[in-house]
Ligand binder design. Structure first.
Ligand SMILES: Cc1ncc(C[n+]2csc(CCOP(=O)(O)OP(=O)(O)O)c2C)c(N)n1
Length: 547
């Protein structure tokens, strides 16, 4: 009879999960022993890096990732990015080793004391199989739970003495429809309201792109000639940011969002929460007389919305159904917003100028991952996402995603055979939370272009201290970090630039490198306001903030 391990690996094969991201420990060795040659193990030097790489691999490839962590210790290290995977709606199976069953009662070294609770509340399901021979069935159940809407991570604790036990065979294959429907019956009232509206706005979130609805969202906006906004804090865009109907990103304070939505009689939010607010900016959520309808595939998201009528349905399918239901509009399209003028070039490099040049020089089909906190508004303005599956970020506020995410995306691009260039833009503070990912990128020769924005500070936190009127908070300055030397220590190449006149050449070098290349850019350290001014001329404003 086959062993648990053999049946488990056969199941992973059937589920197209032959890549395992992880960091090994003794409790995982029994599962990984005799590692089959058709599987690939992607070693990360810290568990949070393994989780974020796996997350981004899923986002970019559309597959489900398997991330293997070291019992309670590794799960703890991975927790911040497990939270990110939850908000990113990333279908991911996290397995972690557990001590021998017969010893658990005595709580030996490396016991996961409560594997059910440890990853709560950031996983959809956590489980330790009751019997060794249940391990493959538990893995299948974990897979189905992870992919069903809204997708998300799940956690399995696997005792180390289970793997060599006998197992009767593979769990029965089952066909699963992971997405919800979006029927005409429930959406007809939404189509009627949109058809009657004099000034509708659509707000798209990351779940639109995740469910494959990018082009359906465009068709819907064009059928309506409606203004389109990006939802606050979204990890990935759901609509082309160079489209004439695009107005920009909603800010993340409640009163700011309300002001931005002035003038619309109907706002339909698709594939995003309503809304993910931060910082505290009290006020009414909507202007007087504005109605909000929320289309989401998450019942939980619908329950916690601050305002509006919700329908739980698939975001992409909802867009397509609405296009079918809507009559042709006689409404005039709003005039396209003018693009920001070219930035002026001074003595020092501003983030705005850097992003302007990256936007100009990068290949059209390149992919962005980012963690640039105080300068995100300029990034989104200058480097517009114009195609699906082209911009990946975290939706959680947990630092440590940007650098490893670049690795996960580059691995996905390699597997897909599309090999689009990955450009990773990260602050000098944020870079330190995922620094070990340089090693994995170097080992796999992933041709990522990393740009580190060095302002020697946690600038966004300085903006917060002004906004919160909290002077003299310690711990905001970061003197003496040379991220290029750190990256070189991990096996990457890199360079420095501090003069605007040398920036273009430096960017071109990074864009054409065939190995991971880290460019550290000295940027203007002026502290920006937290929530910028709001007006029709402001397309992106400061859509920043993290906690
Ligand atoms: C895991 C984690 N730890 C701490 C924070 C708090 N935090 C939010 S932004 C930030 C600083 C980011 O600095 P940097 O990357 O240099 O960007 P800048 O603000 O200077 O543009 C910190 C420490 C967080 N969000 N997540």
């Amino acid at each position: 009879m086959a062993t648990v391990r053999e049946v488990l690996f056969d199941l992973m094969r059937q589920l197209d999960m032959t890549k395992i991201f992880g960091n090994v420990g003794s409790t995982e060795e029994p599962m990984l022993k005799d590692f089959p040659p058709d599987f690939e193990y992607i070693l990360a030097l810290q568990e949070s890096v393994a989780v974020a790489m796996g997350d981004a691999y899923v986002q970019a490839s559309g597959k489900v990732a398997h991330v293997n962590l070291h019992t309670a210790a590794g799960s703890g290290n991975g927790m911040g990015n497990i939270e990110t995977a939850f908000y990113n709606r990333t279908p991911m199976i996290i397995t972690a080793g557990q001590h021998m069953r017969e010893m658990l009662i005595h709580e030996p070294y490396l016991t996961n004391k409560n594997p059910y609770k440890q990853a709560e509340p950031w996983v959809k399901w956590s489980y330790e199989p009751a019997r060794a021979e249940d391990v493959p069935a538990a893995f299948l159940r974990a897979y189905i739970t992870a992919i069903q809407a809204p997708a998300g991570p799940v956690y399995l604790s696997l005792p180390m003495d289970d793997m060599d036990k006998e197992c009767p065979g593979l769990p029965l294959p089952r066909k699963i429809e992971a997405r919800l429907s979006a029927g005409k019956d429930v959406l007809q009232p939404v189509a009627d309201a949109l058809a009657k509206s004099e000034a509708p706005a659509l707000v798209f979130g990351g779940a639109v792109d995740q469910t494959g609805g990018w082009y359906d969202a465009v068709a819907l906006a064009e059928k309506l000639n409606a203004s389109v906004w990006a939802a606050p804090f979204e990890g990935r865009p759901g609509f082309p940011e160079n489209h004439p109907l695009f107005r920009g990103g909603l800010l993340s304070g409640m009163s700011s969002v309300c002001r931005q939505l002035e003038g619309y009689d109907l706002v339909v939010v698709i594939g995003a929460p309503v809304f993910r607010y931060y910082p505290y900016a009290p006020g009414a959520p909507l202007p007087d007389g504005t109605r909000l309808i929320h289309l989401t595939d998450s019942a939980e998201e619908s329950a916690r919305a601050v305002v509006g009528d919700s329908i739980v349905c698939d975001p992409a399918r909802a867009c397509a159904t609405l296009v079918e239901l809507l009559p042709t509009t006689s409404r005039e399209a709003p005039a396209p917003l003018p693009l920001s003028p070219e930035p002026s070039v001074g003595e020092i490099i501003t983030a705005d100028y850097l992003y302007h040049l990256v936007g100009k020089l990068r290949p059209k089909d390149s992919i962005i991952t980012q963690e640039s906190l105080s300068t995100l508004a300029q990034l989104r303005d200058r480097i517009r996402t114009t195609a699906p599956r082209s911009f990946f970020s975290m939706f959680s506020g947990v630092l440590g995603y940007g650098l490893p995410a670049a690795g996960g995306v580059a691995l996905a691009e390699r597997d897909l055979g599309t090999n689009r260039k990955v450009i990773c833009l990260v602050g000098d503070g944020a870079a330190q939370y995922g620094i070990q990912s340089f090693w994995t990128a170097a080992q796999h020769k992933l041709p990522i272009f990393y740009i580190i924005l060095r302002n020697h500070a946690y600038n966004i936190l300085k903006s917060f201290s002004k906004y919160l009127v909290a002077p003299d908070v310690p711990g905001f300055d970061l003197p003496g970090i040379d991220t290029v030397r750190l990256a070189e220590g991990y096996g990457c190449e890199g360079g420095y630039v501090s003069k605007p006149s040398e920036l273009e050449t430096a960017i071109k070098k990074g864009l054409t490198s065939s190995v991971p290349y880290v460019l550290q850019v000295e940027i203007d350290a002026t502290v920006p306001p937290l929530l910028g001014k709001i007006g029709p001329e402001t397309q992106f404003d400061t859509q920043t903030a993290s906690n």
